[in-house]
Design a protein around this ligand. Sequence first.
Ligand code: 5GP
Ligand code: ZN
Length: 113
Amino acid sequence: MSDDCIFCKIATKQIPVDAVYEDDEFIAFHDLNRQAPVHVLVIPKAHFPTVMDVTDASVLGRAMLAANEAARCMNLQDDGFRIVVNCRDDGGQTVYHLHLHVLGGRFMQWPPG
Ligand code: 5GP
Ligand code: ZN
């Protein structure tokens, strides 16, 4: 837990959110500024500033499974979806608590801008 981290406050329920998926280790909720009809953020309850700060491969594996579950909860399993992790400035990361974006509900262009 990092005191000034907005996602830690969400993870500890100091700031309430409507969870679309939750387990012991992760919570998924709607992005405030959605970039697609479905835009969910999946965060670990533990604080990792960036994806580079995770050294345990099993955490990343479980994070991907949690993203799959969040996508399933949003009924994206048939049409598909995109999972995005931004890292630091050039990756466009603005919140320094690891999060996976799950985007769906429309066709995703490639490459991204
Ligand atoms: P990043 O740019 O770091 O990959 O993504 C951070 C995301 O968090 C952004 O898409 C932004 O809209 C979202 N976000 C920032 N603050 C909040 C918040 O307090 N609540 C929610 N639900 N989303 C937030
Ligand atoms: Zn945090």
